[in-house]
Design a protein around this ligand. Structure first.
Ligand SMILES: [Zn+2]
Length: 387
């Protein structure tokens, strides 16, 4: 039986078209998946779309669309990356799939049974850009540092909470036992510090009457699950958990690739959730940086957004893959502008590799006669030998 390898990207949130940052993540994962296939391993490579939550619900309402129809149209756009970037993923999971929703409910019940879910009243500050609660220490001028243009929402309601604080010590012990759990080191140190500073329980449900677009909480029809809680479970529901235990056992734990804005969710929240459900932790979490443009975050309003489909159309799939893997730093933030991209294309591919191929082809053409003659001589010998 061949060795099994499982790798997954994060699931992009379907409120905007695929951007170059996600193209980086999925091309990195693709390179690793292909490497393991070349080793003769059986590989599951998962990606998909994260489709619940308030941000998507509002966008759908804005456009007068049914949320399911809205996410259906986006899921297609993301799946189109497969051809554009020549990706070898085997699984494309959507968090609105009914099997995924059932898995999320089963996972919830396991955490509940373990005493890690409780209902309580609270007031939180919430960034609808991140779809995350923000604690005072994370804020800059009372705003989310990643979304300074958005006003934080104050929410007071009765919600279900996950007892994240209970897992402080277990997480730190786990990190100690797995010194390569998060790559690179500086991100691992960042998450260790975050956990050492103390964990706050986080809310994992929303009132359905305010925000109905989510997985229903088991035995409480007034609540839907908080989008992160259900989305993280895709990493195992895509393997058929909880129904297909055999496939799950064969491929889990796996390697997860994520951006630096996902460090906390992947390497702490999700790991505590797995512990609570009594399931093995992930094998490794790899954290890449952001692709920035002119030393600024890409944004529609700045007009510096780079569309991977446009790049592929103009320069071709392999050029884009090459640039992302060769010229974008795997872990640090990297600047991307079209001048640099074209310079690399000209220097490395057109002048370097292109000229090499063209010279070799020219030499072959010049000596075509000789090569042809030799081949026919060898051919004659072979024929003689066979007689
Ligand atoms: Zn934010």
């Amino acid at each position: 039986m061949s060795k099994k390898f499982y790798i997954t990207t994060t699931l992009p949130y379907v409120n905007a078209d695929p951007h170059i940052g996600f193209a980086l993540e999925i091309v990195q994962a693709d390179a690793i998946a292909r490497y393991h296939r070349n080793l003769g391993e059986e590989v599951i490579f998962n990606t998909g779309t994260d489709e619940h939550g308030v941000k998507i619900y509002r966008k759908a309402v804005e456009r007068g669309m049914n949320p399911q129809k809205y996410v259906d149209s986006y899921a297609v756009k993301f799946d189109n990356l497969k051809q554009a970037l020549n990706l070898s993923y085997t699984n494309f999971i959507r968090t609105s799939d009914s099997e995924h929703e059932k898995a999320a409910q089963e996972f919830w019940n396991l955490c509940l049974k373990n005493g890690d879910i409780e209902k309580k009243k609270s007031k939180i500050k919430y960034c609808s850009g991140c779809e995350l609660e923000k604690t005072a220490s994370e804020l800059v001028d009372d705003h989310c540092p990643i979304h300074p243009n958005l006003t934080l929402e104050e929410i007071e309601e009765e919600n279900y909470f996950f007892k994240f604080s209970k897992y402080e010590k277990s997480l730190l012990d786990f990190y100690k036992k797995n010194p390569d759990f998060v790559v690179p080191d500086f991100r691992f140190n960042e998450i260790k510090k975050f956990v050492e500073n103390g964990l706050n329980d986080f809310s994992i449900s929303r009132l359905k009457k305010k925000m109905p677009w989510g997985v229903e909480v088991p035995n409480d029809r007034d609540h839907v699950m908080y989008v992160w809680f259900d989305a993280l479970i895709n990493y195992i529901s895509t393997l058929g958990w909880p129904k297909d235990k055999k496939n799950f056992k064969a491929f889990w734990p796996g390697v997860q690739i994520a951006g630096k804005d996902n460090l906390r969710q992947q390497s702490a929240m999700w790991q505590a959730m797995l512990m609570s459900a009594g399931l093995p932790n992930s094998k490794q979490v790899m954290i890449h940086g952001f692709i920035i443009s002119g030393n600024q975050k890409m944004s529609k309003s700045l007009g510096n957004v780079i569309d991977p489909f446009v790049l592929v159309e103009k320069y071709g799939t392999d050029v884009v893959r090459y640039y992302l893997l060769r010229h974008i730093h795997p872990f640090e933030d990297s600047d991307f502008n079209i001048e640099k991209f074209e310079a690399a294309y000209t220097a490395d591919l057109a002048n370097g590799l292109g000229n090499l191929v063209s010279r070799v082809a020219g030499l072959v053409e010049q000596s075509n006669q000789a090569i042809g003659d030799r081949r026919s001589a060898i051919g004659d010998q072979a024929i003689k030998g066979n007689r």
